[in-house]
Design a protein. Structure first.
Length: 163
């Protein structure tokens, strides 16, 4: 007998990881948000005084922490296609797993903004009758997202025909 799969473990081999480009996109995004205050503090420290370098040091530490969290969060976002369900796992400290039965899928959206497009990535959004069971899969390559959308749409159509 095989052991049950732990979908809450982001390192589970049963879960498909996102594209490595998703990790890079998350890091660049974090660098932008946390790096701008650091640059401003460095410029201010050149003119204000020695004590401002303490602020620079604190912001540099914060930048490293934010980059580490962004990397871990990107690595923890995974999914699995099962026979009757799609499993979406996410989170580092507060882990969550959403299981969406194919028969409950009403429609599937693909989205890509300018930032994701820069990295060749897309987000797949599943919509069900219950807003609490909607799921999103971030960080898929455009080709993977389109192929997954086609498979999920077909699986949903087949399950709906059986009702």
């Amino acid at each position: 007998m095989t052991a049950p799969v732990d979908y809450l473990d982001p390192r589970s081999s049963a879960l498909t990881p996102m594209s490595p480009r998703y990790r890079t996109a998350e890091q660049v995004s974090a660098l932008g948000w946390a790096g701008l205050p650091l640059v401003g503090a460095v410029i201010a420290a050149l003119f204000v005084g020695w004590w401002m370098w303490l602020v620079v040091a604190a912001l540099a530490v914060a930048l490293v922490v934010v980059l580490w969290i962004a990397t871990r969060r990107a690595d923890a976002h995974r999914y699995a296609e099962l026979g009757d369900d799609l499993v979406v796992a996410r989170g580092i400290l507060w882990r969550g797993v959403t299981v969406v039965p194919y028969g409950r899928i009403q429609f599937v959206d693909l989205e890509e903004g300018p930032f994701l497009r820069l990295f060749g990535l897309a987000t797949l959004k599943l919509h069900t009758a219950s807003a609490t069971s909607d799921a999103q899969i971030h960080g898929l390559t455009r080709d993977d997202a389109q192929a997954l959308r086609a498979r999920l749409s077909e699986a949903a159509r087949v399950r709906m025909e059986g009702l």
